[in-house]
Design a protein around this ligand. Structure first.
Ligand SMILES: [Zn+2]
Length: 340
């Protein structure tokens, strides 16, 4: 480590659980953060400042004004420019620690790109907001024996659990099926910034312990914490559940992508179309779209407004269509304005 590094991390090196050796170990560590919303922002920021040497930031979304209340890596300029979250987060992180390597990936995690995005890391952190992606992370992590940490928050409470493959319970041990019916989300129940940042802080600490090999200090429960009612609870998660399809049965249905739709609901009033391998020329498309509505683009994103819809397009052809929950309507808007 350089003299500068010793100074930068001096208060952490003084902490007996880390020390100089631990700090050097963190610098050789590699972590992937899936999702750079509130949880992912806080996790990435804390680990970057702690000196984790390699961070891969994966996010499919772009910054909006309603994110700023809780997503601590973004500012008003990022929202005004509709910057992709992975890119904006990486810029902020580089500006506070140029000694570490940050790899930003504007992408939706899928069964096809899991190995590329999540392989070769020591730890995977969940900053997502949906069970579909969490089950995919769980399948990949268990199949590849990479530890991961589940972190979730909605309203005033949050949940967190460490998953050590083949040692502790996995996500499918605790939640065999994704919740059905009316699931609370940040779009329907709101969220307190303190709840999400608390859970991210707890998980960032577990991440440090995991990277440093302090396994006896790791929490082996599913923890829930409500910052409004001050209720906390823990469910034992020290061992895999005997009938678990994932970690016991070795059935990785989400990783195999069986029947994974190419079009999914995403948020309260929007639909995502996961087109891949359809590179889009934003300049050319802008020209074509301008007679039909308002269009604006930068290098990373193209936005097209046609009342009552707002279409956001990424260079690889993926799109988020706001203003509908009807996948057929979204598909037809995409076919009409981008291509079928
Ligand atoms: Zn399991």
């Amino acid at each position: 480590m350089t003299i500068d590094s010793n100074e930068r991390y001096s208060r952490q090196i003084l902490f007996s659980g880390i020390g100089l050796q631990g700090q050097e170990h963190l610098q050789r560590s590699r972590v992937a953060v899936v999702g750079c919303g509130a949880t992912g922002s806080a996790l990435a920021s804390l680990l970057a400042r702690s000196g984790v040497g390699f961070l891969r930031l994966i996010d499919r979304d772009f910054v909006e004004l309603s994110n700023l209340q809780r997503q601590v890596l973004f500012d008003e300029a990022d929202a005004a420019d509709s910057l992709p979250k992975a890119l904006a987060a990486a810029r902020k992180i580089r500006s506070c620690n140029r000694e570490i390597q940050v790899d930003d990936r504007i992408a939706d995690l899928t069964p096809e790109n899991c190995a590329e995005l999540l392989g070769c890391v020591d730890l995977i952190l969940d900053g997502t907001d949906n069970f579909e992606t969490r089950y995919l992370i769980n399948d990949y992590a268990v199949a590849s024996s990479i530890p991961w940490i589940y972190t979730a928050a909605v309203g005033s409470y949050g949940l967190a659990m460490n998953v050590l493959p083949n040692e502790t319970a996995c996500l499918a041990c605790i939640f065999p099926d994704s919740p059905t019916g009316s699931v609370e989300t940040c779009d329907t129940s709101g969220i307190l910034n303190s709840a999400v940042n608390l859970m991210a802080s707890l998980s960032a600490t577990e991440a440090l312990k995991l990277l440093l090999g302090a396994k006896d200090k790791l929490r082996r429960t599913l923890l829930s914490w409500d910052v409004w009612t001050n209720e906390t609870a823990e469910i034992q998660a020290a061992k895999p559940r005997s009938g678990c399809r994932c970690c016991v049965g070795r059935e990785f249905t989400h990783l195999e992508g069986a029947g994974r739709p190419h079009i999914t609901l995403c948020g309260r009033n929007s639909v995502q179309i996961h087109e891949q391998h359809r590179p889009v020329d934003f300049g050319e498309l802008s020209g074509k779209l301008s007679p039909h509505g308002t269009v604006r683009h930068n290098d990373f994103i193209l936005k097209f407004w046609r009342d009552p819809y707002e279409l956001t397009l990424f260079p690889d052809g993926r799109a988020i269509i706001k203003g509908t929950t009807d996948t057929a309507v979204a598909r037809s808007l995409y076919a009409r304005f981008v291509g079928s």
